[in-house]
Ligand binder design. Structure first.
Ligand code: GCU
Length: 576
């Protein structure tokens, strides 16, 4: 949900910053101001802005001052943080407002600002990684550390702003909009009970639909209707409309909006159907990662990622391994790209499956992610976890509870998780939990080194086995790939060269496109990205089809050609 009508004040820019390795800031009163160590940019991770901060993991403090115009007096002010990794605690003018755990979902806190004078905003950020974090891990370096293969950055890595409302406001908005124009919106309000709640649908300023939402119970308002004259949202045609919710007490108390798309996505008889037509997902696992910015993906890089995915004839991606920023997903909505929205649950192991408290934390993070992004036309599916140890019996009830959390909040989208049990030579016990099966393959990279003939045979065996067990479920290939250091070449193709990466990807795509039950092909990864240091990472994870600065490797040409043929050849009905 976005606001602008009653006033928004972005707080991006340079903030005071200091590390607090000893964790003394709270008792020393840093929340009332502290001696700054650096002036850092927000949003961005702290790690790559200053060399001395690259490997800092622990507590840090941010501070900045801002003034709210007198004209805003009488309104309620809210601080909105789109993402802080990993734990945040917030003070305003020395007064504690609240906190949040989890780096990839937004949170908002009511802020008793002073008008027409300086307010001091202080944020304590702790990115210490623990086995009970979401995602879990131990340290910054090496694989004895994070249970996941991406760098554990820290900081206020997504935008911060002040928003204003009256005495009543929109707490939550759930919209379903079908390709035939049918619309349902449910509004949950906070604060005083409003007198009236209006819902409008605009097309470039023109009102297509307007109605008053009926009060269903205290704080809950709903409206259903038919919006005439809309064009369905589709792949490559991100036809969006502005849905506005205006809440009135004696005057306008709050106004929020979202860009929605009218479309239907469903899984039926083993197929993925968009607006009733079969589609096949062609694309990538990505990462929100860029030099110096760290985990913050600045808008120009978002644009380039989508421009390059379009050149590679991709129509979809997975938000591996955490929900991406609003800016990124706004772009997916507008560009007509299909998104598998993945929760930040990567590296789940036996110790987690037995931990009820940890399960509740996972369900909370999942719920936050769904509430934040469920009105997006681009989001077609939820992935509740990446490569959990799902060959363990205890994994089944755990993943089932996660799937049920999703279905209770959003019954309109299928649920998956990505499985790599076959890579460990194990049977996945939990595939029955998923509406769509997602598999990650690395034969020819982590196994059968350099032997692509044997690798493809082994992939085929593993894949056919899963299909035999679940003949009616669509299967997505959510990861496969090889590392390639850009500029490294060999004939014949050998591991770590561009030729080997291109050859592996080419053969895998040929195999998968020969299987009618494979309904999605996602390469790992669109880009090279930063990971913990180790002997098996060449500074970065080099499986990108693009370099970290988004320049193409040899494999890019192969992917563009293969995906292009699949698109044209009816492999994805979108072109038919
Ligand atoms: C795993 C995992 C990725 C990781 C990849 C790799 O499948 O899902 O996060 O980066 O393998 O090892 O490159």
């Amino acid at each position: 949900m976005k606001r602008e009508r009653l006033g928004v004040m972005p707080l991006n820019g340079f903030w005071e910053f200091r590390r607090d390795p000893g964790g003394v800031g709270s008792e020393e009163g840093f929340y009332e101001g502290f001696e700054s160590e650096y002036l850092l940019a927000v949003p961005a991770s702290w790690n790559e802005q200053v060399p001395e901060l690259m490997n800092y993991m622990g507590i840090a403090w941010y501070a900045r001052r801002f003034t709210v115009p007198k004209a805003f007096e009488g309104l309620r002010a809210w601080l909105v943080f789109e993402g802080v990794n990993y734990r945040a605690e917030v003070w305003l003018n020395g007064r504690y407002l609240g906190g949040h755990e989890g780096g990839f979902t937004s949170f908002r806190l009511e802020a008793p600002v002073e008008y027409d004078s300086e307010n001091l905003l202080v944020v304590k950020v702790d990115n210490t990684l623990t086995p009970k974090s979401v995602p879990p891990g131990r340290g910054l370096h090496g694989f004895e550390g994070p249970y996941f293969d991406f760098f554990h950055y820290g900081g206020i890595h997504r935008p911060v702003r002040v928003e204003f409302t009256g005495p009543s406001w929109v707490e939550e908005l759930a919209v379903t909009a079908h390709a035939d124009g049918r619309l349902r919106a449910v509004v949950r309000t906070g604060g005083e009970e409003p007198d009236r709640v209006y819902v409008k649908v605009l097309d470039e300023g023109k009102v297509l639909y307007s109605g008053e939402a009926a009060r269903e119970e205290r704080g809950v308002y709903a409206i259903e209707g038919l919006v005439r004259g809309i064009k369905p949202w589709d792949i490559g045609r991100g036809r969006v409309y502005k849905l506005v919710v205006d809440v009135y007490t004696e005057s306008l108390a709050d106004s929020v909006y979202e860009y929605i798309g009218f479309r239907d996505f469903e899984v039926r008889s083993g197929k993925l159907l968009l607006n009733g037509r079969e589609v096949r997902l062609l694309g990538f696992g990505r990462h929100q990662d860029f030099p110096v910015f760290g985990r913050y993906l600045p808008e120009p890089v978002v644009v380039r990622d989508y421009a390059m995915m379009a050149k590679l004839n991709a129509n979809s991606f997975r938000t591996s391994h955490y929900p991406y920023s609003s800016a990124d997903l706004d772009y997916a909505d507008r560009m007509g790209v299909l998104v598998i929205l993945e929760a930040p649950l990567v590296g789940l192991r036996e110790e987690h499956f037995r931990d009820r408290e940890y399960l509740e934390k996972c369900k909370r993070v999942l719920s936050e992610m769904i509430r934040e992004h469920r009105n997006r036309p681009s989001v077609i599916m939820y992935s509740v976890a990446n490569e959990p140890q799902s060959w363990l019996d205890e994994a089944v009830p755990f993943l089932k509870e996660l799937a049920n959390t999703v279905r209770s909040l959003d019954p309109t989208r299928p649920v998956t998780f990505t499985s790599h049990a076959h890579m460990a030579g194990r049977d996945d016990k939990a595939l029955g939990v998923a509406d769509v099966i997602s598999l990650n393959f690395y034969h020819g990279w982590y196994t059968l080194h350099g032997d692509l003939e044997a690798a493809i045979r082994r992939v085929n065996e593993d894949l056919e086995e899963v299909h035999r067990r679940y003949p009616n479920k669509p299967i997505l290939i959510t990861e496969f790939g090889a590392g390639a250091v850009a500029g490294l070449h060999s004939d014949p193709p050998e591991m770590w060269t561009e030729e080997y990466q291109a050859e592996l990807i080419s053969r895998y795509i040929d195999l998968f496109s020969s299987k009618g039950y494979v309904k999605g092909i996602h390469i790992w990864n669109l880009v090279d990205f930063k990971t913990p240091q180790s002997h098996w990472r060449v500074v970065l994870n080099r499986k990108g089809v693009l370099t970290r600065t988004r320049q193409p490797k040899l494999a890019a040409r192969v992917v563009a050609e293969k995906f292009g043929r699949l698109k044209m050849g009816g492999g994805t009905a979108e072109e038919a």
